[in-house]
Design a protein around this ligand. Structure first.
Ligand code: ADE
Length: 225
């Protein structure tokens, strides 16, 4: 899978993708993440990509032309399944959406800045708008990093069997059960006996019960359906 990210701050994103699981996925050739500096498509000496908002006292808006140019250059090379815009008024990002996006081949993610992007880009070029939550970040970059990380770890071969994404919280509509490691007794804080029993079926039952208990306690909204 390939994701092209368009941003005015590529430096904000080079860090998250050069470490850990997402880095390994790229090294293994399972995942490609390409950063594009929108300023390269900006106008004039200052590589301008934004201008004053019509009808508002303050705030800059990202202009159509540099964004369209950048996307057109990418589209010459390949077809894209979605052109995504990160914005707090988009649809809420969740595990089912991460699962769905992980099945695609090529995605573009556009990160907004300032007061946002000219509405006509949203009307004519963007095919999906995603929010990572009901709060406003200073730009779409960190939100894009969240989305790319959640997608990347779902790709076949990225996680080993033991860390398989199938066992994640939310993957079966429940939060994950608690986990423990050695030592089995730390200053009298003991690991539940059942986990040391070697009885696979009983352990699975216990984990399912705990997942349900935790979900009821912390996220009853997930059990509504
Ligand atoms: N850009 C700014 N805030 C955002 C949010 N909550 N989700 C996605 N993109 C954003």
């Amino acid at each position: 899978m390939r994701i092209d990210i368009i941003t005015v701050q590529p430096n904000l994103l080079s860090g998250p993708f050069s470490h850990s699981i997402i880095k390994r996925a790229q090294d293994k050739g399972l995942f490609e993440v390409h950063l594009h500096d929108l300023r390269e498509y900006g106008k004039g000496k200052h590589k301008q990509v934004d201008d004053y908002a019509f009808g508002m006292d303050a705030g800059m808006v990202m202009q159509i032309e540099p964004i369209e140019k950048c996307i057109d250059v990418l589209k010459v090379e390949r077809d894209y399944d979605e052109v995504i815009y990160m914005t707090p008024d988009g649809i809420q990002f969740d595990q089912p959406l991460a699962n769905r996006l992980s099945l695609y081949k090529n995605l573009i993610i556009l990160c907004g800045h300032y007061k946002g992007i000219d509405e006509r880009i949203r009307e004519h070029i963007i095919t999906m708008e995603i929010s990572i939550g009901d709060f406003v970040l200073s730009g779409g970059e960190l939100a894009a990093a969240v989305v790319v990380d959640a997608i990347g770890r779902l790709l076949p071969g990225v996680l080993s069997n033991e860390t398989s994404a199938l066992f994640d919280s939310f993957q079966d509509g429940l939060l994950a059960p608690p986990v423990y490691t050695r030592p089995s007794d730390y200053k009298g804080w003991k690991v539940p006996e059942i986990l040391l029993s070697g009885n696979g079926a009983a352990i699975k039952d216990w984990q399912e019960a705990k997942a349900l208990e935790r979900t009821k306690e912390r996220r009853p909204d997930l059990l509504k359906d």
